[in-house]
Unconditional design. Structure first.
Length: 381
């Protein structure tokens, strides 16, 4: 039986050339043709990151998931099974997640401007909303996923002006998941990017959880009190600041790694909103990656609108035996208090609502706590 080989192919080619040469009179002996040098290839440019027709991007690649599973070979059986379940979350929908600013065919076509849901109670965030509207328009028209993102930004203002409250309302308007990372006092990065896989009971970080459990490639992450974040710690790479810098920079965020599942993911679309009381406390590298907005305290009218909206949300989410209504006199007295912050205002509303439910009263009355009254009497604000 004859078997194909390169030597056999070359031999037959030489015989053919000899026959052609012999059959051509007065011809010079011909040598075998020299291979034509391959044309010089231009430098390869990176392929564009794909947004598919569903308005989705691939957050978890098949190769990265396989690599993470291979690394589990040396893990104890009980831990390996637990990690397999965690990795299954990333593999859902083949690793694809949706972009909130890409309307799906035949669905959400009226969502060209989701920021219209942010009503007049957010008037002190008007500049932020206009910035988001511009970024949304640009991201919705991007041809590849690298440009389809909203840049991270920083909300600077006194405690209680409603920064986190606004972020929560924004997440609802965009219909995405929201997680809060408390940067103040954090000494390591495990809450963001997971704890070391070698530790027993290792857990993934907020970024992996948000992307693997949610439907969106752009969940909202609030970095609270970023001005209190721990600085660099010598040669230690696993600090909150280093991990956050990687997340804020688009190139490194596309290769963001969770240390627990040892999986690299595309976290470049995560919408990061940082809050601070004093931006001057931020390091230069961190501050340069954030667009700053200074937020003024809400007016009395805004506080009243906030109370009314949140009262409606509380009423809709509870089983009420009686029809409840706000006590207008107490609402007016509280919302016109100039030094009352949004956090305290919402606490009063929840307390008044709970008391009305417990007592069967049809009226929800807002009243400052004794501690708050005492602080105002002795001059603390």
């Amino acid at each position: 039986m004859l078997r194909y080989s390169e030597d056999h192919e070359h031999l037959e080619l030489d015989k053919l050339l000899l026959r052609v040469s012999a059959s051509t009179p007065n011809s010079e002996p011909q040598s075998a043709p020299q291979p034509t040098p391959a044309p010089e290839q231009p430098a390869r440019t990176p392929e564009p990151l794909v947004i598919d027709r569903r308005g989705m991007v691939r957050v978890f690649s098949f190769k990265a998931i396989c690599t993470a599973r291979d690394l589990l070979s040396g893990v104890r059986e009980a831990e390996r099974k637990r990690f397999e379940v965690i990795l299954d979350r990333a593999e859902r929908d083949d690793g694809w997640r949706s972009l909130p600013w890409r309307a799906l065919p035949g669905k959400d076509t009226d969502r060209d401007d989701p920021f219209q849901d942010l009503g007049p109670e957010y008037a002190n965030f008007r500049e932020v909303i206009e910035h988001l509207r511009t970024q949304w328009t640009c991201a919705s028209r991007a041809l590849d996923s690298a440009a389809a993102r909203i840049d991270p930004f920083l909300l600077v203002g006194d405690p209680g002006v409603g920064k986190t409250y606004f972020a929560s309302a924004l997440a609802s308007a965009l219909r995405v998941r929201m997680d809060v990372y408390s940067a103040g006092g954090a000494v390591d990065a495990m809450q963001l990017c997971g704890s070391d896989a070698r530790w027993y009971g290792s857990r993934p970080g907020l970024v992996y959880d948000a992307l693997s459990l949610g439907e969106s490639a752009a969940p909202l992450l609030v970095v609270d009190e970023i001005d209190k974040i721990a600085p660099h710690s010598g040669g230690n790479r696993d600090t909150p600041l280093n991990s956050l810098l990687d997340l804020l920079e688009p190139e490194s965020a596309r290769r963001y790694c969770d240390m627990s599942v040892q999986l690299t993911m595309d976290a470049s679309h995560v919408l990061v909103i940082a809050t601070a009381n004093d931006a001057r406390e931020l390091s230069a590298p961190l501050r340069s990656r954030l667009t700053e907005f200074h937020v003024n305290p809400p007016t009395a009218e805004q506080r009243r609108l906030i109370v009314e909206r949140q009262f409606g949300a509380l009423y809709a989410s509870h089983q009420c035996r009686n029809d409840l209504e706000l006590d207008e006199a107490s609402v007016a007295a509280v919302t016109e208090t100039p030094d009352l912050d949004v956090r305290s205002l919402l606490r009063m509303l929840r307390t008044g609502f709970a008391r009305a439910l417990a007592s069967g009263s049809p009226r929800v009355t807002l009243a400052p706590s004794r501690q708050a009254q005492a602080r105002r009497r002795i001059g603390f604000v």
